[in-house]
Design a protein around this ligand. Sequence first.
Ligand code: SF4
Length: 477
Amino acid sequence: MGRFIEGCDRRQQRFLPDCVDDYVAQDSPVRVVDVFVDELNMAALGFADAAATGRPGYHPATLLKLYIYGYLNQVQSSRRLEREAGRNVEVMWLTGKLAPDFKTVADFRREHGAAIQAACRRFVMVCRNLGLIAGGTVAVDGSRMRAVNARDRNFTPVTIRRRMEQVDASIERYLGMLDTADRQEGEAADLRTARLTTRLDELRRQMRELETMEQAVAASPDRQISLTDPDARAMASAGTGTGQVGYNLQAAVDTGSHITVAHEIINLSHDRTSLASMGRQAREATGSGTLTVLADRGYFSGPEVLACEAAGIVPILPKPLTSGAKADGRFGKQDFVYQAGSDTYRCPAGETMTKRFASLEHGMTLHGYATPACRSRCTVKASCTASIERRIKRWEHEEVIDAMQARLDRMPNAMRIRRRTVEHVFGTLKDWMGRSHFKTRRLKNVGTEIGLHILAYNIKRAIALVGVPGLIAAMQA
Ligand code: SF4
Protein backbone atom coordinates (compact mmCIF):
# COMPACT_ATOMS: atom_id res chain seq x y z
CA MET A 1 0.00 0.00 0.00
CA GLY A 2 1.17 3.52 -0.73
CA ARG A 3 0.88 6.41 1.68
CA PHE A 4 -2.68 7.54 2.33
CA ILE A 5 -4.31 9.64 5.00
CA GLU A 6 -5.65 7.20 7.56
CA GLY A 7 -8.88 7.53 9.54
CA CYS A 8 -9.35 6.67 13.22
CA ASP A 9 -10.30 3.28 14.53
CA ARG A 10 -14.06 3.39 15.14
CA ARG A 11 -13.68 1.16 18.23
CA GLN A 12 -11.25 3.46 19.97
CA GLN A 13 -12.54 5.32 23.02
CA ARG A 14 -13.06 9.08 22.57
CA PHE A 15 -13.33 8.70 18.81
CA LEU A 16 -15.30 11.96 18.73
CA PRO A 17 -14.70 15.28 20.54
CA ASP A 18 -16.07 15.52 24.08
CA CYS A 19 -18.26 18.52 23.54
CA VAL A 20 -20.98 18.84 20.88
CA ASP A 21 -20.03 22.49 20.46
CA ASP A 22 -16.71 21.31 19.00
CA TYR A 23 -18.60 19.85 16.03
CA VAL A 24 -20.04 23.18 15.00
CA ALA A 25 -17.61 25.51 13.26
CA GLN A 26 -17.42 29.04 14.61
CA ASP A 27 -18.47 30.39 11.21
CA SER A 28 -21.32 27.93 10.70
CA PRO A 29 -24.66 29.58 9.71
CA VAL A 30 -26.34 27.44 12.37
CA ARG A 31 -24.83 29.77 14.99
CA VAL A 32 -26.59 32.72 13.32
CA VAL A 33 -29.90 30.83 13.42
CA ASP A 34 -29.39 30.10 17.11
CA VAL A 35 -28.65 33.70 18.09
CA PHE A 36 -31.33 35.17 15.81
CA VAL A 37 -34.11 33.03 17.32
CA ASP A 38 -32.83 33.46 20.89
CA GLU A 39 -32.97 37.24 20.45
CA LEU A 40 -36.59 37.17 19.23
CA ASN A 41 -39.45 38.13 21.48
CA MET A 42 -41.44 35.03 20.62
CA ALA A 43 -44.65 36.05 22.38
CA ALA A 44 -44.69 39.50 20.75
CA LEU A 45 -44.30 37.90 17.33
CA GLY A 46 -47.29 35.66 18.01
CA PHE A 47 -45.73 32.31 18.82
CA ALA A 48 -47.78 30.22 21.26
CA ASP A 49 -46.88 30.36 24.94
CA ALA A 50 -46.46 27.24 27.08
CA ALA A 51 -49.70 25.46 28.00
CA ALA A 52 -50.63 25.84 31.67
CA THR A 53 -51.64 22.21 32.03
CA GLY A 54 -50.86 18.86 30.44
CA ARG A 55 -47.61 17.48 29.15
CA PRO A 56 -45.07 20.22 28.34
CA GLY A 57 -44.60 20.78 24.62
CA TYR A 58 -41.57 21.86 22.64
CA HIS A 59 -40.59 25.51 22.93
CA PRO A 60 -41.53 27.37 19.73
CA ALA A 61 -37.94 28.64 19.55
CA THR A 62 -36.71 25.05 19.19
CA LEU A 63 -39.12 24.35 16.34
CA LEU A 64 -38.43 27.67 14.63
CA LYS A 65 -34.68 27.00 14.78
CA LEU A 66 -35.28 23.56 13.31
CA TYR A 67 -37.29 24.99 10.42
CA ILE A 68 -34.88 27.83 9.63
CA TYR A 69 -31.99 25.36 9.67
CA GLY A 70 -33.98 23.05 7.38
CA TYR A 71 -34.76 25.79 4.85
CA LEU A 72 -31.11 26.92 4.93
CA ASN A 73 -30.07 23.40 4.04
CA GLN A 74 -32.80 22.42 1.56
CA VAL A 75 -34.56 20.16 4.05
CA GLN A 76 -38.12 21.42 4.01
CA SER A 77 -40.28 18.38 4.73
CA SER A 78 -41.31 17.70 8.33
CA ARG A 79 -40.44 13.99 8.00
CA ARG A 80 -36.93 14.78 6.80
CA LEU A 81 -36.51 17.34 9.58
CA GLU A 82 -37.49 14.67 12.11
CA ARG A 83 -34.77 12.43 10.66
CA GLU A 84 -32.18 15.22 10.70
CA ALA A 85 -32.96 15.96 14.36
CA GLY A 86 -31.94 12.41 15.20
CA ARG A 87 -28.71 12.18 13.17
CA ASN A 88 -27.41 15.65 12.25
CA VAL A 89 -24.92 16.98 14.79
CA GLU A 90 -25.58 20.62 13.88
CA VAL A 91 -29.31 20.09 14.49
CA MET A 92 -28.56 18.32 17.79
CA TRP A 93 -26.41 21.31 18.77
CA LEU A 94 -29.16 23.70 17.73
CA THR A 95 -32.07 21.98 19.46
CA GLY A 96 -30.26 20.63 22.51
CA LYS A 97 -30.71 17.11 21.13
CA LEU A 98 -34.46 17.41 21.08
CA ALA A 99 -36.03 15.41 18.27
CA PRO A 100 -39.71 16.29 17.80
CA ASP A 101 -41.76 13.93 15.65
CA PHE A 102 -42.76 15.03 12.15
CA LYS A 103 -46.36 15.76 13.11
CA THR A 104 -45.28 18.20 15.84
CA VAL A 105 -42.92 19.83 13.34
CA ALA A 106 -45.60 20.10 10.62
CA ASP A 107 -48.26 21.38 13.05
CA PHE A 108 -45.90 24.13 14.21
CA ARG A 109 -45.47 25.44 10.65
CA ARG A 110 -49.21 25.24 9.95
CA GLU A 111 -50.25 26.97 13.18
CA HIS A 112 -47.65 29.74 13.24
CA GLY A 113 -47.85 31.20 9.73
CA ALA A 114 -48.30 34.82 10.85
CA ALA A 115 -45.61 34.55 13.54
CA ILE A 116 -43.11 33.01 11.09
CA GLN A 117 -43.80 35.87 8.64
CA ALA A 118 -43.21 38.31 11.51
CA ALA A 119 -39.87 36.62 12.27
CA CYS A 120 -38.96 36.99 8.58
CA ARG A 121 -39.74 40.73 8.78
CA ARG A 122 -37.71 40.92 12.00
CA PHE A 123 -34.61 39.67 10.18
CA VAL A 124 -35.06 42.40 7.56
CA MET A 125 -35.08 44.84 10.50
CA VAL A 126 -31.81 43.29 11.76
CA CYS A 127 -30.28 43.88 8.31
CA ARG A 128 -31.61 47.43 8.34
CA ASN A 129 -30.09 48.10 11.78
CA LEU A 130 -26.83 46.70 10.47
CA GLY A 131 -26.90 49.28 7.69
CA LEU A 132 -27.09 46.60 5.01
CA ILE A 133 -30.23 48.01 3.44
CA ALA A 134 -29.63 51.37 1.84
CA GLY A 135 -33.34 51.49 1.11
CA GLY A 136 -33.32 53.94 -1.77
CA THR A 137 -34.18 51.53 -4.56
CA VAL A 138 -35.78 48.10 -4.77
CA ALA A 139 -36.40 45.79 -7.71
CA VAL A 140 -39.79 44.10 -7.79
CA ASP A 141 -40.61 40.97 -9.75
CA GLY A 142 -42.90 37.96 -9.68
CA SER A 143 -42.16 34.30 -10.27
CA ARG A 144 -44.44 31.31 -10.67
CA MET A 145 -43.86 28.53 -8.14
CA ARG A 146 -45.38 25.04 -8.48
CA ALA A 147 -48.17 23.98 -6.13
CA VAL A 148 -48.83 20.45 -5.00
CA ASN A 149 -51.70 20.42 -7.55
CA ALA A 150 -50.98 18.50 -10.79
CA ARG A 151 -52.04 20.09 -14.10
CA ASP A 152 -54.55 17.27 -14.70
CA ARG A 153 -56.37 18.28 -11.53
CA ASN A 154 -56.84 21.90 -12.51
CA PHE A 155 -59.90 22.82 -14.58
CA THR A 156 -60.68 25.94 -16.58
CA PRO A 157 -63.25 26.32 -19.39
CA VAL A 158 -60.41 25.98 -21.93
CA THR A 159 -58.89 22.82 -20.42
CA ILE A 160 -62.33 21.22 -20.00
CA ARG A 161 -63.20 21.92 -23.64
CA ARG A 162 -59.86 20.50 -24.75
CA ARG A 163 -60.34 17.36 -22.68
CA MET A 164 -63.91 16.94 -23.95
CA GLU A 165 -62.61 17.11 -27.52
CA GLN A 166 -60.01 14.46 -26.69
CA VAL A 167 -62.62 12.18 -25.07
CA ASP A 168 -65.00 12.76 -28.02
CA ALA A 169 -62.28 11.81 -30.48
CA SER A 170 -61.51 8.66 -28.46
CA ILE A 171 -65.20 7.69 -28.35
CA GLU A 172 -65.43 8.10 -32.14
CA ARG A 173 -62.33 5.96 -32.62
CA TYR A 174 -63.58 3.20 -30.32
CA LEU A 175 -67.03 3.19 -31.95
CA GLY A 176 -65.36 2.65 -35.32
CA MET A 177 -63.30 -0.21 -33.88
CA LEU A 178 -66.48 -1.66 -32.32
CA ASP A 179 -68.22 -1.59 -35.73
CA THR A 180 -65.29 -3.48 -37.22
CA ALA A 181 -65.31 -6.02 -34.37
CA ASP A 182 -69.10 -6.54 -34.73
CA ARG A 183 -68.63 -7.58 -38.35
CA GLN A 184 -66.22 -10.32 -37.32
CA GLU A 185 -67.07 -13.65 -35.70
CA GLY A 186 -65.35 -15.95 -33.27
CA GLU A 187 -64.19 -15.92 -29.66
CA ALA A 188 -61.40 -13.38 -30.30
CA ALA A 189 -63.89 -10.93 -31.83
CA ASP A 190 -66.25 -11.33 -28.83
CA LEU A 191 -63.41 -10.63 -26.43
CA ARG A 192 -62.37 -7.57 -28.40
CA THR A 193 -65.99 -6.31 -28.44
CA ALA A 194 -66.24 -6.74 -24.64
CA ARG A 195 -62.96 -4.89 -24.14
CA LEU A 196 -63.99 -2.04 -26.44
CA THR A 197 -67.40 -1.76 -24.74
CA THR A 198 -65.74 -1.49 -21.31
CA ARG A 199 -63.43 1.20 -22.63
CA LEU A 200 -66.35 3.09 -24.19
CA ASP A 201 -68.26 2.99 -20.89
CA GLU A 202 -65.18 4.42 -19.18
CA LEU A 203 -64.91 7.24 -21.75
CA ARG A 204 -68.63 8.07 -21.40
CA ARG A 205 -68.17 8.21 -17.61
CA GLN A 206 -65.26 10.62 -18.10
CA MET A 207 -67.43 12.77 -20.35
CA ARG A 208 -70.21 12.92 -17.73
CA GLU A 209 -67.63 13.94 -15.08
CA LEU A 210 -66.30 16.65 -17.39
CA GLU A 211 -69.84 17.96 -17.96
CA THR A 212 -70.41 18.13 -14.20
CA MET A 213 -67.05 19.88 -13.75
CA GLU A 214 -67.92 22.32 -16.55
CA GLN A 215 -70.98 23.46 -14.60
CA ALA A 216 -68.97 23.75 -11.36
CA VAL A 217 -66.25 25.81 -13.10
CA ALA A 218 -68.88 28.10 -14.66
CA ALA A 219 -70.33 28.71 -11.18
CA SER A 220 -66.95 29.37 -9.49
CA PRO A 221 -65.95 33.05 -8.99
CA ASP A 222 -62.86 33.01 -11.20
CA ARG A 223 -63.95 30.19 -13.56
CA GLN A 224 -61.30 27.81 -12.28
CA ILE A 225 -61.15 24.80 -9.95
CA SER A 226 -58.09 23.01 -8.55
CA LEU A 227 -58.90 19.73 -6.85
CA THR A 228 -55.77 19.04 -4.76
CA ASP A 229 -54.97 22.57 -3.63
CA PRO A 230 -58.12 24.67 -4.05
CA ASP A 231 -56.16 27.97 -3.90
CA ALA A 232 -53.63 27.02 -6.61
CA ARG A 233 -54.24 28.54 -10.03
CA ALA A 234 -53.08 27.87 -13.58
CA MET A 235 -50.09 30.11 -14.23
CA ALA A 236 -49.68 31.00 -17.88
CA SER A 237 -46.21 30.84 -19.34
CA ALA A 238 -44.66 32.17 -22.53
CA GLY A 239 -43.54 28.70 -23.68
CA THR A 240 -46.09 26.32 -25.20
CA GLY A 241 -47.03 23.50 -22.82
CA THR A 242 -44.87 24.90 -20.00
CA GLY A 243 -47.69 26.41 -17.93
CA GLN A 244 -48.02 25.14 -14.39
CA VAL A 245 -50.49 25.16 -11.55
CA GLY A 246 -49.12 27.14 -8.66
CA TYR A 247 -48.70 30.51 -7.04
CA ASN A 248 -47.12 33.80 -7.96
CA LEU A 249 -44.33 34.91 -5.60
CA GLN A 250 -43.87 38.66 -5.48
CA ALA A 251 -40.57 39.93 -4.10
CA ALA A 252 -39.02 43.35 -3.55
CA VAL A 253 -35.23 43.17 -3.36
CA ASP A 254 -32.89 45.96 -2.24
CA THR A 255 -30.63 46.79 -5.19
CA GLY A 256 -27.61 47.44 -2.96
CA SER A 257 -27.53 44.44 -0.63
CA HIS A 258 -29.82 42.06 -2.59
CA ILE A 259 -31.73 41.41 0.65
CA THR A 260 -35.40 40.61 -0.01
CA VAL A 261 -37.13 43.33 1.98
CA ALA A 262 -40.73 42.36 1.22
CA HIS A 263 -42.53 39.43 -0.31
CA GLU A 264 -46.05 38.25 -0.91
CA ILE A 265 -47.57 35.13 -2.37
CA ILE A 266 -50.64 35.57 -4.56
CA ASN A 267 -52.65 33.27 -6.79
CA LEU A 268 -53.07 35.61 -9.73
CA SER A 269 -51.21 34.64 -12.88
CA HIS A 270 -50.27 38.27 -13.64
CA ASP A 271 -48.38 41.07 -11.86
CA ARG A 272 -50.52 43.99 -13.00
CA THR A 273 -52.16 44.67 -9.63
CA SER A 274 -49.11 44.21 -7.37
CA LEU A 275 -46.89 47.24 -7.98
CA ALA A 276 -48.34 49.63 -5.38
CA SER A 277 -48.81 46.91 -2.76
CA MET A 278 -45.20 45.69 -3.09
CA GLY A 279 -43.93 49.28 -3.12
CA ARG A 280 -45.76 50.10 0.12
CA GLN A 281 -44.51 46.94 1.86
CA ALA A 282 -40.95 47.60 0.70
CA ARG A 283 -41.06 51.20 1.86
CA GLU A 284 -42.32 50.16 5.28
CA ALA A 285 -39.62 47.48 5.56
CA THR A 286 -36.79 49.76 4.49
CA GLY A 287 -38.05 52.83 6.34
CA SER A 288 -37.26 54.99 3.30
CA GLY A 289 -39.02 58.31 2.93
CA THR A 290 -39.03 58.00 -0.86
CA LEU A 291 -38.51 54.66 -2.50
CA THR A 292 -37.72 54.00 -6.15
CA VAL A 293 -39.25 50.77 -7.42
CA LEU A 294 -37.90 49.11 -10.57
CA ALA A 295 -40.21 46.63 -12.28
CA ASP A 296 -40.70 45.05 -15.69
CA ARG A 297 -43.47 45.89 -18.14
CA GLY A 298 -45.66 43.06 -16.76
CA TYR A 299 -46.42 45.40 -13.83
CA PHE A 300 -47.59 48.24 -16.02
CA SER A 301 -50.98 49.58 -14.99
CA GLY A 302 -51.95 53.26 -14.98
CA PRO A 303 -53.91 53.10 -11.70
CA GLU A 304 -51.04 51.22 -9.98
CA VAL A 305 -48.50 53.83 -11.12
CA LEU A 306 -50.84 56.57 -9.88
CA ALA A 307 -51.27 54.79 -6.52
CA CYS A 308 -47.47 54.60 -6.16
CA GLU A 309 -47.08 58.31 -6.85
CA ALA A 310 -49.79 59.10 -4.30
CA ALA A 311 -47.95 57.02 -1.68
CA GLY A 312 -44.60 58.73 -2.31
CA ILE A 313 -43.18 55.74 -4.18
CA VAL A 314 -41.35 56.39 -7.44
CA PRO A 315 -42.01 53.61 -9.97
CA ILE A 316 -39.78 53.05 -12.99
CA LEU A 317 -41.00 50.54 -15.53
CA PRO A 318 -41.45 50.46 -19.29
CA LYS A 319 -44.82 50.65 -20.98
CA PRO A 320 -45.93 47.51 -22.84
CA LEU A 321 -45.62 47.75 -26.61
CA THR A 322 -49.20 46.96 -27.59
CA SER A 323 -49.80 49.35 -30.47
CA GLY A 324 -51.74 47.48 -33.16
CA ALA A 325 -51.09 50.33 -35.62
CA LYS A 326 -47.31 50.03 -35.12
CA ALA A 327 -47.53 46.26 -35.61
CA ASP A 328 -49.37 46.93 -38.89
CA GLY A 329 -46.57 49.26 -40.01
CA ARG A 330 -48.49 52.49 -39.31
CA PHE A 331 -47.71 55.33 -36.89
CA GLY A 332 -47.94 54.25 -33.24
CA LYS A 333 -49.07 56.43 -30.36
CA GLN A 334 -45.42 57.21 -29.59
CA ASP A 335 -45.24 59.08 -32.93
CA PHE A 336 -47.78 61.62 -31.64
CA VAL A 337 -46.34 64.37 -29.40
CA TYR A 338 -48.41 65.62 -26.48
CA GLN A 339 -48.27 69.42 -26.00
CA ALA A 340 -49.08 70.01 -22.35
CA GLY A 341 -49.45 73.78 -22.63
CA SER A 342 -52.36 73.56 -25.06
CA ASP A 343 -53.56 70.06 -24.10
CA THR A 344 -53.25 68.95 -27.73
CA TYR A 345 -51.28 66.38 -29.73
CA ARG A 346 -49.06 67.10 -32.74
CA CYS A 347 -49.49 64.29 -35.24
CA PRO A 348 -46.75 63.01 -37.63
CA ALA A 349 -48.16 65.27 -40.38
CA GLY A 350 -47.65 68.29 -38.12
CA GLU A 351 -51.39 68.83 -37.56
CA THR A 352 -52.81 69.75 -34.17
CA MET A 353 -55.21 67.21 -32.61
CA THR A 354 -57.62 68.70 -30.10
CA LYS A 355 -59.61 67.09 -27.31
CA ARG A 356 -62.96 65.89 -28.65
CA PHE A 357 -64.63 63.34 -26.40
CA ALA A 358 -64.27 61.33 -23.18
CA SER A 359 -64.94 57.66 -22.51
CA LEU A 360 -64.74 55.30 -19.56
CA GLU A 361 -62.68 52.13 -20.10
CA HIS A 362 -61.89 49.67 -17.27
CA GLY A 363 -62.75 52.39 -14.75
CA MET A 364 -60.33 54.89 -16.36
CA THR A 365 -61.48 58.14 -17.96
CA LEU A 366 -59.88 58.52 -21.39
CA HIS A 367 -59.96 61.66 -23.54
CA GLY A 368 -59.98 61.34 -27.32
CA TYR A 369 -57.98 63.70 -29.60
CA ALA A 370 -58.54 64.15 -33.34
CA THR A 371 -58.05 66.63 -36.21
CA PRO A 372 -60.26 67.38 -39.23
CA ALA A 373 -57.08 67.34 -41.36
CA CYS A 374 -57.35 63.52 -41.53
CA ARG A 375 -60.47 63.86 -43.71
CA SER A 376 -59.24 66.67 -45.94
CA ARG A 377 -55.57 67.31 -46.54
CA CYS A 378 -53.37 64.61 -45.03
CA THR A 379 -50.80 63.24 -47.46
CA VAL A 380 -49.52 60.47 -45.14
CA LYS A 381 -52.90 59.12 -44.07
CA ALA A 382 -52.14 55.64 -45.49
CA SER A 383 -49.28 55.40 -42.98
CA CYS A 384 -51.52 56.52 -40.13
CA THR A 385 -55.01 55.03 -40.19
CA ALA A 386 -57.34 52.83 -42.20
CA SER A 387 -60.36 54.73 -40.79
CA ILE A 388 -61.82 58.09 -41.72
CA GLU A 389 -59.73 59.82 -39.07
CA ARG A 390 -57.08 58.91 -36.50
CA ARG A 391 -57.97 59.21 -32.83
CA ILE A 392 -55.51 59.25 -29.96
CA LYS A 393 -56.71 58.37 -26.47
CA ARG A 394 -55.15 59.85 -23.36
CA TRP A 395 -55.83 58.80 -19.79
CA GLU A 396 -56.83 61.68 -17.52
CA HIS A 397 -53.72 60.97 -15.35
CA GLU A 398 -51.38 60.25 -18.25
CA GLU A 399 -48.91 62.83 -16.91
CA VAL A 400 -47.75 60.27 -14.28
CA ILE A 401 -46.97 57.84 -17.11
CA ASP A 402 -45.11 60.55 -19.05
CA ALA A 403 -43.10 61.43 -15.93
CA MET A 404 -42.27 57.76 -15.40
CA GLN A 405 -41.12 57.42 -19.03
CA ALA A 406 -38.90 60.49 -18.54
CA ARG A 407 -37.35 58.84 -15.44
CA LEU A 408 -36.73 55.65 -17.41
CA ASP A 409 -35.09 57.67 -20.20
CA ARG A 410 -32.77 59.26 -17.61
CA MET A 411 -31.91 55.81 -16.17
CA PRO A 412 -31.21 53.62 -19.22
CA ASN A 413 -29.73 50.78 -17.16
CA ALA A 414 -32.80 50.52 -14.87
CA MET A 415 -34.02 47.24 -16.35
CA ARG A 416 -30.54 45.72 -16.25
CA ILE A 417 -30.27 46.60 -12.53
CA ARG A 418 -33.76 45.16 -11.95
CA ARG A 419 -32.87 41.91 -13.68
CA ARG A 420 -29.56 41.31 -11.97
CA THR A 421 -31.06 42.18 -8.55
CA VAL A 422 -34.24 40.19 -8.34
CA GLU A 423 -33.87 37.31 -10.76
CA HIS A 424 -30.98 35.90 -8.74
CA VAL A 425 -33.31 35.54 -5.74
CA PHE A 426 -35.85 33.54 -7.73
CA GLY A 427 -33.14 31.43 -9.30
CA THR A 428 -31.73 30.57 -5.87
CA LEU A 429 -35.12 29.77 -4.34
CA LYS A 430 -36.06 27.54 -7.27
CA ASP A 431 -32.70 25.83 -7.04
CA TRP A 432 -33.33 25.16 -3.34
CA MET A 433 -36.79 23.79 -4.09
CA GLY A 434 -35.31 21.65 -6.88
CA ARG A 435 -37.85 19.91 -9.08
CA SER A 436 -40.22 19.84 -6.17
CA HIS A 437 -43.36 21.83 -5.46
CA PHE A 438 -44.60 23.47 -2.27
CA LYS A 439 -44.96 21.00 0.59
CA THR A 440 -48.25 22.46 1.82
CA ARG A 441 -51.63 23.43 0.36
CA ARG A 442 -53.69 26.65 0.54
CA LEU A 443 -52.48 30.19 0.10
CA LYS A 444 -51.90 30.80 3.83
CA ASN A 445 -49.69 27.74 4.31
CA VAL A 446 -47.76 28.29 1.09
CA GLY A 447 -47.16 31.85 2.30
CA THR A 448 -45.56 30.44 5.47
CA GLU A 449 -43.32 28.17 3.41
CA ILE A 450 -42.17 31.02 1.22
CA GLY A 451 -41.59 33.16 4.34
CA LEU A 452 -39.15 30.51 5.59
CA HIS A 453 -37.46 30.36 2.19
CA ILE A 454 -37.03 34.14 2.12
CA LEU A 455 -35.77 34.20 5.71
CA ALA A 456 -33.19 31.52 4.87
CA TYR A 457 -32.17 33.40 1.72
CA ASN A 458 -31.77 36.66 3.64
CA ILE A 459 -29.68 34.96 6.35
CA LYS A 460 -27.36 33.53 3.69
CA ARG A 461 -27.15 36.90 1.98
CA ALA A 462 -26.38 38.75 5.24
CA ILE A 463 -23.70 36.17 6.11
CA ALA A 464 -22.14 36.70 2.68
CA LEU A 465 -22.05 40.45 3.35
CA VAL A 466 -20.80 40.66 6.94
CA GLY A 467 -19.83 37.10 7.91
CA VAL A 468 -21.12 34.95 10.77
CA PRO A 469 -19.22 36.67 13.62
CA GLY A 470 -20.25 40.14 12.41
CA LEU A 471 -23.89 39.15 12.13
CA ILE A 472 -23.94 37.49 15.54
CA ALA A 473 -22.28 40.50 17.15
CA ALA A 474 -24.79 42.86 15.55
CA MET A 475 -27.74 40.78 16.74
CA GLN A 476 -26.42 40.62 20.28
CA ALA A 477 -25.53 44.33 20.46
S1 SF4 B 1 -54.17 60.84 -40.67
FE1 SF4 B 1 -54.72 62.56 -39.37
S2 SF4 B 1 -53.61 62.19 -37.50
FE2 SF4 B 1 -52.73 60.85 -39.04
S3 SF4 B 1 -50.97 61.96 -39.82
FE3 SF4 B 1 -52.71 62.45 -41.11
S4 SF4 B 1 -53.62 64.29 -40.26
FE4 SF4 B 1 -52.28 63.43 -38.72
